[in-house]
Design a protein around this ligand. Sequence first.
Ligand code: ATP
Ligand code: MG
Length: 397
Amino acid sequence: MDDLKSHAIVKTHELALKGKNRPWFMRKLTDNLRAATRGAGVERIWKGQLMVGLTLSDEEAWPEVQSRLKEVFGVAKFYKAYELPQDLEGLKARMPGFLEGRSFKSFRITTNRADKRFPMNSEAVNRDLGSFVQHLTGAQVKLKDPELSIYVDIQTIGILVYFDEVKAHGGLPVGVSGKVAVMLSGGIDSPVAAWQMMKRGCQAMYVHFHSYPLVDRTSIEKAVDLVEHLTKHQYESNLFMAPLGEIQKNIILTCPPSYRIVLYRRFMVRITEALARRNRAKAIVTGESCGQVASQTLENIAVVDECAGMPILRPLIGANKEEIVDLAQNIGTFTTSILPDQDCCSLFVPKRPETKADLETVLRLEETLSVDEMVDEAVEKTERRHFTSPEATSATR
Ligand code: ATP
Ligand code: MG
């Protein structure tokens, strides 16, 4: 079919439901599609009725465009379409070519007449083309669960014909829901939490805490790899690498071992919140799941939440570890996440941390610390690294 112009036809689900916000969602989706397909052979992006079209420079571009589109949130499904003139007889003449190599006993034609100037309505096109394909192939028309669906979309630019659906993740275009600050550890859970929030339209900025030089840089390297990987969903990311070592040294001087994790967490949250405010993020995201480890009890979650001045979102709170692992494998973060590292949280902590931290005790312990100065100092010493996708990574301070 290389003499025909081809397009990727992108469909959304929820966007259509969003009423007043729809034009803004569609604009954001279009911007994201443009960023996602940079350098992949897309000539033009255009809006049709309930869809976005990406005109391919040639059909060879399809495999790369297909793999990029699968990762764009807000895309529910998409197709490779061929463009023909607005002429049904011309389309029929092409049908043997389109159907070559396909074997099917049942089919249906689904016509959408977006361009109302076309003389036949969609019912008439379904009937006319249906009987043509029936004679051509001997297959039967079957409206429910046919073996082959033939989509005929009559747009102003011409008739688009497409067949095989490619499923994507759906959700909302990244950016429409505002920005969140993801606490990214380098473990399995937090990258999955980030992915979930991006899927719901949030732009993620990442905050990683490390205890370098008290430990090596392995956790930092993992965080960098993970952000590099996750940036393909939002095209641009910032990773903030915040030092926790000095704070940890201060905490162990005055606080009992069983309370250290909860205190580390409260400092992490305060620092993340400060960085979030500077970068106009509206919520904090963690990879916690209820009861997964000692620090993730309801009591400890409550004590950590108490110091936050913005919502802490925990998209994995109700997920089992196996479910999170499955997702991590699907989104491609698992192999990095399981590499061995020296995480700051394992520094100076007891085998049995407190599972029912008591807020009054925590507040009393924090009175022995210069909390505000410690937070300010860590924020000042935080390093930033900027990532872009699909282009190469660039480092800045
Ligand atoms: P993960 O698999 O995401 O590391 P986890 O099961 O190891 O989670 P915890 O160590 O209790 O659980 O961490 C809970 C959450 O706290 C993490 O999901 C992450 O959001 C945040 N967190 C933990 N350590 C760090 C870190 N070094 N830097 C940034 N955030 C962290
Ligand atoms: Mg961890």
